[in-house]
Write a protein that binds this ligand. Structure first.
Ligand code: NAP
Length: 282
């Protein structure tokens, strides 16, 4: 707990932001490492009209690190002093580091997804793995970037085919309609769901019917609440290997922790608090 006024502040901005689990993960990591008497991580709801002022405030208040969530990941870019090459390619920033008054934007969503996948794969990792990415929104962009970087083969499947086509052209991959996945699923090693199907009001929905998921598949659903989505339950029931979206959330936070503090993150502690919270609040 902060005891003196000599504290470093990190925070997350978004609108809404009340649901964010980043304060929980970062503060528990500070406690674990015994640095919670000088570092605190909090959250601020920033309405879109106030984004520019909020970014100026990072410098004025000497805030060390900022996580950025929906709807600011793209719009925030024009207010920063520098964007790293990865975030430029992904066209989204989820991390801002204040380096002696210069605000530098980067993206750890792709790292989170790739770390989650690689931890679940055996030695040959993602190289040449045939991967079906379901969805063509912001999260899909970061994941496709990461998969291409790891030399995986990628095909995007999306409800709105035009969006899949644009993204496929940009990243040099192929695309198809989400409804075509059932014919093609047998051709893939890995299925990654980046659509919103499986969360909130769509909690009972899945992007692919159970009969098209096979035992040989690795199924990664980036929806993290509930921990076990309908898609993951179906995949488990046919004996497929599953990866929870909370692993991506964890590892994007781990990467941010390291950028904000310069220290190695206590991954197990961060994972424990994340899963406990999700289990209690499903
Ligand atoms: P987004 O940019 O709004 O994209 C949403 C995607 O879902 C689009 O491809 C959209 O298809 C598709 N979709 C929405 N409703 C659908 C439906 N009823 N049927 C079929 N497809 C539907 O959102 P995002 O930022 O990429 O986030 C997507 C999901 O990933 C969210 O659930 C979010 O919570 C999760 N996420 C998780 C992490 C993590 O760390 N685990 C990180 C980021 C995001 P159309 O193009 O046809 O509209």
């Amino acid at each position: 707990m902060i005891k003196t006024a000599d504290a470093t502040i990190c925070l997350i901005i978004g609108d809404p932001v009340f649901h964010s689990l980043s304060p929980l993960m970062h503060n528990s990591a500070y406690r674990e490492l015994g640095i919670d008497d000088r570092l605190v991580y909090t959250a601020a709801r920033v309405e879109p009209a106030n984004l520019e002022d909020a970014i100026k405030g990072i410098k004025a208040l000497n805030i060390k690190g900022v996580s950025v969530t929906v709807p600011h990941k793209e719009k925030v870019m024009k207010y920063l002093d520098e964007i790293d090459e990865t975030a430029k390619t992904i066209k989204a920033v989820n991390t801002i580091v204040n380096k002696n008054g210069r605000l530098i934007g980067s993206n750890t969503d792709w790292t989170g997804a790739i770390e989650a996948l690689n931890n679940s794969l055996s030695t040959d990792k993602l190289r040449n793995k045939k991967t079906a990415v379901l969805g063509a929104g912001g999260a899909a962009r970061a994941i496709i970037y990461g998969l291409k970087r790891e030399n995986a083969y990628v095909k995007i499947f999306n409800r709105t085919i035009e969006k899949a086509e644009v993204l496929a052209e940009e990243f040099g991959v192929t695309s198809g309609k989400l409804s075509d996945l059932k014919k093609e699923s047998k051709n893939f090693d890995i299925i990654v769901n980046t659509t919103s199907l499986g969360m909130g009001k769509l909690k009972n929905s899945s992007p692919i019917a159970k009969e098209y998921v096979q035992r040989k598949h690795i199924v990664f659903d980036i929806v993290y609440n509930p921990i076990k989505t309908r898609l993951l339950k179906d995949a488990e029931s046919v004996g497929a290997q599953v990866i929870h979206g909370s692993e991506m959330l964890l590892y994007q936070g781990v990467a941010q922790f390291q950028m904000f503090t310069g220290l190695k993150a206590p991954v197990d502690t961060m994972r424990d608090v994340l899963y406990s919270y999700l289990r209690e609040n499903e």
